[in-house]
Write a protein that binds this ligand. Sequence first.
Ligand code: SME
Length: 161
Amino acid sequence: MHEPLTFPTSTDRETRYAALLPQAKALLGEETDPIAAMANLSAAIHEAFGWHWVGFYRVVGCELVLGPFQGPVACSRIAFGQGVCGAAWEQARTMLVGDVDAFPGHIACSPLSRSEIVVPIKDASGTVVAVLDIDSSELNTFSTVDSEGLGALCAMLEPLF
Ligand code: SME
């Protein structure tokens, strides 16, 4: 059994990432299976921040296919370049969307999603192999603090691909 995660009472985002990072590292441990690692990492991020939807899509052929997640049911396949996830894959960069209604082509898996961040995960050759997608039910939830914190968490997965 893994120890339960613990977090400071502070809701300060940087403080929470600082608490989450070493615990996520310990949680992933020696795990070599990317699905198992994504499953626990999505649960840990969800537990730390309580966002509406936290999950992964894997690149499978010419689509993103739904992977482990926490939250309401979601779209299972997303084409290259489509939506925020497909754009992050195509452009191989983190997408910060303060208002999903202002993002052309946003795919509304849940009517409650108001802002979103998508972080690409790359293999050793720099090819995008998956994305981490997080939806918030509030506008303008995410900032560069999140792209840095989530980028550090996603970097833990990269050796598994
Ligand atoms: N909103 C995403 C689709 C995935 S869900 O939010 C879980 C997008 O536009 O790519």
